[in-house]
Design a protein around this ligand. Structure first.
Ligand SMILES: [Zn+2]
Ligand SMILES: [Zn+2]
Length: 1292
């Protein structure tokens, strides 16, 4: 990946950058760099060296990196902003790197602010660059960036605006600016390497910008940073002579994390060391004991599963097909299956998780057809069914390795060593047994129906398959046809006007249907008459006059001339004839088309006269059977017109226009147009489906329709609305399951039919087949063509029993997995009552509602009159980062491996769980996963690192926590109250199949643990004495971390395992080997303290609002203020406020807190100034007041000389601290500090001397030039030039 950098530096810098970096991959362009999903929009401003050469160089570079748009030359800043805004609009830019120095140089301030705001509101500046110490520098919010504090606060503000990271540039001054920022703040130091050079500030900016750009690209891993660093170092070395001046040396990245900043490589990668789990047989130990569970021992006896009576929890794996590599949507379903299974294991269940592979069906055949270049069924037969099926068999495991690796990497624990495989004989045999059960009960039957048929696949589709392929707005011809009535009274030729959207069915017409109760009109048009429904006269275009009206029933029986005489064009004619109570088709020579009555004639569109072709639509076929109509089939199964019609040999859809033209030439076409409607296409091959009357095998699901509906009422659907909605609707409209497919690679339907007397036999087992055929079929491959060779003499005639050629719908395979995965009933007959039927839990995406969810439900209802699954999570679709469906065409498909490599499995899982509730669609992008990693996992890791670092220093061990210890400190009581409430809530959510809210609550807790508990407790860990308070802090944080590790283990199995091993397993030899074998936490409800939680939440809110108020007024955090006025919403809160007053004052560095009377003047005036929704920071009466949801926090913005002195004292102490650090003194070293500066400095040093000495461990503060100082620095402080120095006392 190219890292693009942006540089606002001078022209010389740019020139040098281009020369060197273009070869290295880091590009110095100025000034805004916007990065689209894939490419870069570079906008260059060359202020100082506007030469054509440079412009051309920039052009070349931008072209090299595949920028979408390049604009270079003498651009004003506003032009740059406009260009970027344009790029955002035109190219869908998603990332933006902003260098504010350019912004500061823009002449038109208003334009610049507006532009920046519009840019920032339309997309989040993922990274921004802050360059301190340039006279005109401002940050994105238009605030000056001069001092180091300005830099820090600018960074905070930019992060608050949504930036993911802020790069601090290092150029333009002698001192290392960001050193100052490390003190207790949140920066990562990239490098302190000093590279002398003549003019490197441009380089420095470029480097910083390159990193910023890298960050925006999601490359904030040490490896990516190192790469960027290498580029720059090499570039500098190559181009600048060693000399004087200042080089790039210190760069910091600001993040919202506290403490040390951990990175992906340091944390997540080692956690995902997959060797742990197999080494400890952890997964196997989490599975149930083998003795009662089938022929294959699934696991050894582990510590957890030695509990013999542990309840069983059954998870059914919906089988994927491994003939393609797994995508992110597969990851989604798999992690949702996993989280519930892990949770149940920790709750003490034996969880059965048998893997499975779906191997049969048309998708597999289609792949092989493509590979072999076969275009039709006939070509497959010519190629050879045996070879063809062999290719199918080989292909279905082609990507099995990818699947196994992905499954491991995402931490989905499913037994892949003993999966069920739908192509195995055992599996198929269970299918035969099921079909035999249905056969014996009369639930499996053959029927001729108008069936949805794919002419390309030459196979029927079931109604659930048809449901997968509807397309809206499909254009079809709309033709009104004139059928000439025979012997109509009068002279004028008279026609029945009928309407169709499928002209190709017209040669199959054998009747016209009317509504017997509707009124029809005979109208005179030009020289002839038309008959149509009175209600639909509006379809006539020409002028007409009504001659007479008749009821539909009066038209019934009237004959008309066929459009095409079947005999003349070589189509066979059959007729439905009823003999001995059975209606069947018999061949005949002639037929007489006529008008019949039907109850399905619509008066909404068409003409009220329906063209009937029994060979196609199902209604037509039923009507034909009922009325004894003729049956003409002029189209073959490939959709080709047969016979000698003028359009014979054409595919039906291609024949449509020719038929229309032919009828037109014969004066039989009244009108034609285009009709747009929703039409089904083959979901596998995209061919428009035809309705085609043919014989198929059906499972009579309608026999149990009411039970299907009733039993569905017992299933817990997540989300709940699917039960009555999508799924319930489907069941209420149930039709029989079309089972047979005229294909090759599938479970053969075990029905044999006599080629003589046509008697049939359904075979229910291999033993039965062996008996019948008098050979041992035990080793036979049950697939076609081998099974087709098994035949035996008919017992009733001299014919031979041969298998019907059809195979079963592949959804039958997946629906029978509850039985077939155990080879039931041939083995494991006990699954009936040992808890393995039904499943406790299944999970797939919403597209399986009519697929697997239905096939499981239908078979279970038919066979057991019972549930197939008790709980089901039905997942929404995965969309891209911008909310679009992922597709190859859009090129927005995300590969799971890329995400796993970059952010790790835990971040990926966490994001998928928490982004939206299971049934909702979720947006997915690399960036969104990265945010999760940072906000949740790295934040937790930083707390964990903080704990382990100090625990090691203090030699803390959990055994030091006394038996029966209870928290005493307020902070401890608060966080443990929060923790125990969290345990209750998370447990409850997971028990209710809701990992989304479980994860969100965990994330909230991690946030307050880090940003309030740890931050406010830090001094308790720092202090040197090991007292009860310190032990209390350790005990509390230890408990928080170990509990959170267990709570989150089902969601983030890797990080939690690492924490568990280090925090618990190390100390307790009897602890289970893995967090995944440990028990799920149970809340200590006695510790849940409502008032303390309310009070602390209030303190957190007030502090956060107070910081916003300070920030808006430009008041540095280090500057003490006189007063804060707080308005709460309720009396209870006012009460809490007095409790948490000290915390708030300390947080905000303010001396007094006053509770505002709810109707006090200040609040009323602030409210008037606030925006409509009441949330804002307003300036009122010398206060800066933050308003939010009925709260007000107003800080007194007036700084008295005394307060200013105090602020200055803090600044000085702070700088001396940094000098200590730079000089690498020990924390406990006592020192002497030197200073030199204006009188004001001396005065403050005197007045606040005690404070400064105490803060800096200084024995003395000397107003002298510090010649023997170990470290000294001259800097601008509050506009004064001040020199400070430090020296260790022991070095004196
Ligand atoms: Zn098809
Ligand atoms: Zn027979």
């Amino acid at each position: 990946m190219t890292i693009a950098g942006s540089d606002s530096g001078g022209g010389a810098g740019i020139q040098a950058d281009l020369k060197t970096f273009s070869a290295l991959g880091v590009f110095g362009t100025s000034t805004l760099t916007a990065i689209t999903a894939q490419n870069t929009v570079g906008v260059s401003a060359v202020h100082e060296v506007p030469t054509d050469i440079i412009a051309a160089q920039i052009d070349a570079v931008m072209t090299d990196i595949g920028a979408d748009a390049v604009k270079t030359g003498m651009l004003s800043s506003s032009e740059i902003v406009e260009t970027v805004a344009e790029a955002i609009r035109r190219h869908g830019v998603v990332n933006l790197v902003v260098d504010p120095v350019m912004v500061a140089k823009s002449g038109d301030r208003l334009l610049r602010e507006e532009a920046i705001h519009s840019i920032c509101s339309s997309l989040i500046p993922l990274a921004a660059v802050v360059t301190p110490n340039i006279p005109e520098a401002e940050d994105l919010t238009g605030r000056p960036v001069q001092s180091d504090d300005d830099v820090r606060e600018a960074a905070i503000r930019i992060v608050a605006m949504g930036a993911r990271s802020v790069v601090i540039k290092g150029g333009h001054r002698d001192g290392p600016p960001t050193d100052v920022l490390y003190d207790g703040h949140e920066f990562l130091e990239f490098t302190t390497e000093r590279i002398p050079s003549t003019n490197t500030h441009g380089t420095g900016c470029t480097f910083a910008s390159a990193i910023a750009a890298g960050l925006a690209h999601g490359l904030d891993t040490p490896a990516a940073v190192a790469r960027a660093k290498d580029y720059v170092t090499a570039a500098i070395r190559a181009s600048y002579p060693i000399g004087h001046g200042h080089g790039p040396r210190v760069f910091g990245v600001f993040s919202q994390c506290d403490h040390q900043f951990a990175t992906y490589d340091e944390v997540i990668q080692p956690c995902q060391d997959l060797t742990w789990f197999p080494a400890g047989s952890v997964f196997r130990n989490s599975m149930p004991r083998s003795s009662s569970i089938g022929r294959n021992a699934m696991c050894s006896v582990g510590p957890w599963t030695t509990v013999p009576d542990a309840p069983l929890f059954m998870m059914y794996e919906g089988p994927p097909t491994a003939n393609g590599s797994p995508g992110i949507h597969h990851v989604l379903a798999r992690v949702f299956k996993d989280v519930i299974s892990r949770y149940r294991t920790m709750k003490g269940c034996r969880v059965i998780r048998k893997g499975g592979w779906d191997t049969h069906g048309l998708p597999v055949e289609l792949e092989i057809e493509k590979e072999l270049g076969l275009a039709s069924k006939r070509e497959i037969e010519e190629y050879g069914i045996a070879e063809f099926n062999q290719r199918c068999r080989e292909s279905v495991f082609r990507y099995v390795k990818d699947w196994e690796v992905m499954t491991d990497r995402i931490g989905y624990w499913v037994d892949m060593h003993d999966p069920y495989v739908t192509l195995e004989n055992d599996y198929i045999e269970t299918g035969w047994w099921i079909l035999k059960q249905l056969w014996d009960r009369g639930l499996l039957y053959q029927d001729r129906r108008g069936t949805p048929h794919c002419p390309r696949c030459v196979s029927s589709l079931s109604s659930h398959e048809v449901a997968l392929g509807y397309r809206e707005n499909t254009p079809d011809p709309s033709v009104f046809i004139k059928f000439e009535a025979a012997a109509w009274p009068g002279d004028a030729p008279t026609y029945f006007l009928a309407w169709t959207t499928t002209p190709w069915t017209l040669p199959g017409n054998t009747a016209l249907a009317v509504d017997p109760d509707a009124e029809y009109s005979v109208v005179s048009v030009a020289d002839h008459q038309l008959i149509l429904a009175t209600a639909l006269l509006k379809v006539l275009h020409d002028e007409y006059s009504v001659v007479e009206t008749r009821l539909g029933s009066e038209l019934v029986g009237h004959s008309y001339r066929p459009l095409y005489d079947a005999a003349e064009f070589g189509s066979g004619i059959q007729q439905f004839v009823r003999r001995d109570g059975v209606t069947q088709l018999e061949d005949t020579d002639s037929y007489s088309p006529h008008v019949v009555a039907a109850d399905f004639v619509s008066m909404d569109d068409g003409s009220g006269i329906v063209h009937i072709a029994p060979a196609f639509g199902d209604e037509d076929l039923a009507l034909g059977r009922e009325r004894g109509l003729a049956f003409i089939q002029p189209v073959d199964l490939q959709g080709i017109v047969t016979g000698s019609y003028p359009f014979a040999g054409k595919f039906v859809k291609d024949a449509d226009p020719e038929i229309a033209a032919d009828l037109d030439s014969r004066g039989l076409l009244y009108h034609q147009g285009v009709y747009r409607h929703t039409y089904p296409f083959c979901w596998r091959c995209d061919t428009p489906l035809l309705y085609y009357a043919k014989d198929s095998w059906y499972i009579r699901t309608t026999a149990v329709k009411d039970r299907l509906v009733d039993i569905n009422g017992e299933i817990h659907w997540y989300p709940e609305h699917i039960r009555e909605g999508r799924f319930g609707e489907w069941l209420r409209n149930n039709v029989d399951w079309s089972l047979s497919r005229e294909r090759f690679w599938g479970t053969p339907i075990p029905i044999w039919r006599c080629d003589g007397c046509q008697s049939t036999r359904c075979v229910g087992s291999l033993a039965e087949l062996s008996d019948l055929a008098s050979i041992d079929v035990g080793d036979l491959d049950l697939h076609r063509p081998y099974v087709d060779d098994i035949a035996w003499p008919c017992s009733q005639c001299s014919g031979v029993m041969r298998r019907i050629p059809e195979v079963a719908d592949a959804w039958f395979d997946s629906g029978m997995m509850p039985y077939a995965q155990w080879h039931y009933p041939f083995e494991n007959p006990e699954i009936d009552n040992d808890g393995r039927l039904p499943a406790d839990y299944i999970c797939e995406a919403v597209d399986q509602t009519r697929g697997w969810f239905y096939s499981l439900h239908a078979l279970s209802t038919l066979l057991n009159d019972d549930l197939a699954y008790r709980n089901v999570i039905c997942l929404g679709l995965i969309l891209d980062g911008r909310g679009r469906k992922m597709s190859k065409r859009l090129g927005n498909i995300v590969q799971p491996d890329t995400i796993l490599d970059t952010h790790g499995a835990d971040a990926l899982r966490w994001y998928l769980f928490t982004a939206s509730h299971p049934g909702e669609p979720r947006r997915f992008s690399d960036r969104l996963v990265q945010q999760t990693l940072r906000q949740v996992l790295l934040t937790l890791w930083n707390v964990y690192s903080f704990f382990t670092n100090y625990a090691n220093i203090d030699e803390f061990e959990p055994s030091q926590i006394p038996e029966g210890w209870r928290p005493e400190a307020e902070l401890d009581r608060w966080i443990l109250a929060e923790l125990n409430q969290l345990v209750q809530v998370v447990d409850d959510h997971l028990d209710n199949y809701n990992p989304t809210d479980a994860g969100r609550r965990l994330a909230e807790f991690i946030d307050v643990l880090s940003n309030w508990y740890v931050r406010r407790s830090r001094r308790r860990f720092w202090k040197s004495e090991n007292d009860a308070d310190k032990l209390g802090a350790y005990a509390t944080l230890y408990r928080c971390l170990t509990t959170v590790a267990r709570l989150m283990a089902p969601l983030a199995p890797f990080v939690s395992e690492q924490m568990y091993r280090n925090l618990e397993l190390r100390y307790e030899t009897h602890a289970p080997d893995s967090v995944h074998l440990s028990a799920y936490p149970v809340a200590d409800t006695a510790l849940i303290d409502g008032p303390i939680m309310e009070a602390t939440r209030l303190a957190i809110r007030v502090s956060s609002m107070g910081r916003a108020a300070r920030s808006k007024a430009g008041l540095k955090v280090r500057q003490p203020l006189a007063e804060v006025v707080v308005k709460t919403r309720t009396d209870a809160e006012a009460e809490y406020l007095s409790q948490v007053r000290p915390q708030i004052l300390e947080e905000l560095n303010i001396k007094e807190l006053r509770a505002a009377d709810g109707y006090g003047d200040l609040y009323v005036r602030a409210q008037e100034l606030a925006t409509d929704d009441g949330d804002a920071v307003v300036s009122v009466d010398g206060y800066s007041a933050a308003m939010e949801s009925g709260y007000m926090v107003a800080v007194d913005a007036r700084i008295t000389p005394e307060l200013a002195d105090e602020g200055l004292a803090r600044e000085l102490a702070h700088r001396i601290q940094n000098l200590r650090k730079n000089a690498r003194f020990e924390i406990t070293d006592r020192i002497i500090a030197y200073y030199d500066g204006p009188d004001e400095i001396a005065r403050v040093m005197t007045v606040h001397g005690d404070y400064i000495k105490q803060e800096t461990l200084s024995d003395d503060l000397l107003a002298t030039v510090a010649e023997d100082a170990a470290k000294s620095e001259t800097a601008q402080i509050e506009g004064m030039e001040v020199t400070l120095g430090v020296r260790r006392l022991t070095d004196v």
